[in-house]
Design a binder for this molecule. Structure first.
Ligand code: PLP
Length: 406
């Protein structure tokens, strides 16, 4: 056997292809239907003017020998590492130094690659439902046992639903790697300071490492919800944090992310910061210079105001979706500090039955929750990444449809 047989054990991820196929079929049969897409996790607004200006300027630099940039530093240019340390961490009173910040080409790769720092025998826990990349990347590495049709036998699932207020319980049996995501995809819920303190204390006691995904942190409003796990004292000895410009600033196509690996984070006598640097230097040749200059512009006065305006635009959509669902009698979460709204399907429907009802009777596309893990069954995700007009129209259709289903 010369192939990695773990690939064959991973169930086909048919969620988005099945969604696309059902929508294609519906539109073919109903060519005049105005279908509204609230399923996507991709941004819809164009890049902010300050980011476009930075891109143009960086492109022009490439035209002159004196300012041309070839291979860059694998960990990222100092200008961006420093801008993130100051703009994401210094600004909230958290001490992260530039050499603890690594620039990547997206949180998908970073969150999939980070497991390489750990032993194949490391026990993994994920919240359920979950962003599927954490699970599949560990499955490919062979860390999760076998898939029994619903669950991985070697993975610890931490269920999150209305039964526990979307607060994952500490694992009953010991685990070594814990993926947490706040604001969460898909549920849109956030972790409170007290909750994070509990997790940091658990990791400090047990030696576990927390992989904390803050891809949606720009959507947090107010001062109550932590924007970084490092707001919790002692977290810099137990946590790696993953951030992204994708949803914050519309970089889903440009591609830029960051990973914080604190220098105080050590296991078995090794520095994880040094290991991640070694990993990136070996397998990654850096995010393009022009993209890093574009990301730097997110922290300029004009850039930060412009990207905030886009985030606010999506948040207004999210609030409308949530309030519409609540007014129709559903118990929805998310949408306050997140572009996603999550809820139990009305009338006890399963995720796909509700998907079909929404498409056929309201011409709205959403995402069946079952695609995010076993606890997602019977749930549904709607996304605020759309125009205000389409969201308004979707809200009116939801308000008419839901009461007929509950
Ligand atoms: N983390 C979470 C929770 C996500 O939902 C996503 C994308 O949807 C990502 C990471 C990856 O984002 P990107 O690779 O665009 O930075």
């Amino acid at each position: 056997m010369i192939i990695n047989t773990h690939f064959g054990e991973i169930p086909q991820s048919y969620l988005f292809s099945e969604v696309a196929e059902r929508v294609r079929r519906y539109e073919a049969q109903h060519p005049d239907a105005a279908v509204l897409r609230l399923g996507i996790g991709d941004v819809t607004r164009p890049l902010a003017p300050a980011i476009i200006d930075a891109l143009h300027a960086a492109v022009d630099e490439q035209a002159t020998a004196s300012s041309f940039q070839g291979y860059g530093p694998e960990a990222g240019y100092a200008f961006l590492r420093e801008a993130i340390a100051a703009g994401e961490y210094g600004s909230i009173g958290v001490d992260v130094s530039a050499d603890e910040v690594f620039i990547g080409d997206g949180s998908k790769s970073d969150s999939a690659n980070v497991q390489e720092l750990f032993s194949l025998s490391a026990k993994v826990a994920v919240t359920d439902p979950v962003y599927p990349v954490y699970v599949d990347s560990n499955a490919m590495a062979g860390r999760l046992g076998t898939f029994d049709g619903e669950r991985w036998t070697g993975l610890t699932y931490l269920p999150c639903d209305d039964g526990n207020g979307y607060r994952p319980a500490l694992p009953a049996a010991p685990v070594e790697l814990i993926y947490l995501c706040s604001p969460n995809n898909p549920t849109g819920t956030t972790m409170s300071r007290t909750e994070l303190e509990t997790w940091v204390a658990y990791a400090r006691e047990t030696g576990a490492v927390i992989l904390f995904d803050v891809a949606y942190r720009a959507f947090i409003t107010g001062d109550e919800v932590p924007r970084s796990i490092y707001e919790i004292p002692g977290a810099d000895e137990v946590a790696i944090e993953l951030g992204s410009f994708s949803k914050t600033a519309g970089f889903t196509g440009l591609r830029c992310s960051w990973t914080v690996v604190p220098k105080k984070l050590r296991r078995d006598g090794a520095s994880l910061n040094a290991m991640w640097l070694r990993r990136q230097s070996t397998k990654f040749n850096g995010t393009p210079y022009i993209v890093q200059r574009a990301a730097e512009a997110v922290y300029s006065a004009a850039g930060s105001a412009q990207v905030q305006a886009d985030v606010d635009y999506y948040l207004a959509n999210a609030r409308l979706i949530r309030s519409t669902l609540e007014a129709a009698g559903l118990n929805a979460v998310g949408g306050e500090h997140s572009p996603y709204v999550w809820f139990r399907c009305p009338g006890g429907m399963d995720s796909w039955a509700f998907f079909d009802a929404l498409l056929e009777r309201a011409q709205i596309v959403g995402t069946p929750g079952v695609g995010f893990g076993p606890t997602g069954a019977g749930h549904f995700r709607l996304s605020a990444f759309n125009t205000a007009e389409a969201t308004q129209e979707a809200a009116e259709r939801l308000a008419r449809l839901i009461p007929t289903l509950v």
